[in-house]
Design a protein around this ligand. Structure first.
Ligand code: SF4
Length: 235
């Protein structure tokens, strides 16, 4: 298939995730999967590891992750025999933020929560992506309204114009879990405790039946967009 034709296949809104990943590895010398170690990450790492053995995976260790996420990182590392680049925030930025606003500043106001997400997530990601040509994310359109228009392939102007790839953009939660169970892929243990979206420990709780999948994220906030800033910026 020509380069143009394979791009058209990859970029179509209903593209097959495995075809998209294959295209990404053929098209860019430095591709990284940015993993939160939720179920979508499990799928992407499993798919990618079937394409090649030397996949690059990075994750953001905010310093506030639940122990179960660290356990999950190790399980994936062992299962696929891969390295996981664990990216941490700038300690001076964290120290200054906490000195001014307290350790649990995120409960104080939406702006303080966004500041914490910026220092612990967005800024470290920005630094980490500087070494790559393309990044792969587990975003899905059906996760939340702010992701409803997620393209499979886009130019990421917020990260130096590298390519941002969302192979699972068109998938439903059911498709993700079907893949996980069919292939016996490791998944985050907090799903078995009622969590439907998993982030930092103080900012995530389990959800009740009938609640939105992201209702457990920053649950104390009213009327705020449940995004941390990695994929969405406040207008
Ligand atoms: S999710 Fe909570 S603890 Fe984690 S970076 Fe955002 S505000 Fe900070």
């Amino acid at each position: 298939m020509s380069t143009v034709a394979s791009f058209q296949v990859a970029a179509s809104s209903e593209a097959d995730p495995e075809a998209v990943l294959r295209w990404a590895y053929e098209s860019f010398p430095r591709v990284v999967i940015v993993a939160s170690f939720q179920a979508e990450s499990s799928v992407l790492i499993d798919m990618a590891s079937r394409i090649r053995s030397d996949i690059a995976v990075l994750t953001l260790d905010t310093g506030r992750l639940p122990q179960e996420t660290h356990d999950m990182i190790d399980r994936v590392r062992d299962r696929y025999a891969i390295e996981v680049q664990v990216v941490t925030p700038d300690p001076n930025e964290v120290q200054d933020m906490v000195a001014l606003n307290g350790t649990n500043l995120f409960y104080g106001s939406p702006d303080l929560r966004r500041l914490c997400c910026s220092v612990r997530k967005s800024r470290p990601l920005e630094r980490a992506l500087a070494g790559y040509d393309a990044w792969v994310t587990g975003l899905r359109r059906s996760q939340i309204a702010t992701r409803a228009q997620t393209p499979v392939v886009a130019t990421d102007l917020e990260h130096g114009g590298i390519t941002k790839i969302a192979p699972l953009a068109s998938w439903s939660a059911e498709q993700v879990w079907e893949y996980v169970h069919d292939r016996n892929v490791p998944y985050h243990s907090l799903y078995d405790s009622g969590f439907t979206s998993i982030g930092c420990a103080p900012c995530t709780r389990a959800t009740q039946p009938g609640e939105d999948a992201r209702a457990g994220r920053w649950w104390w906030e009213q009327g705020e967009v449940k995004e941390c800033g990695l994929h969405w910026s406040k207008p």
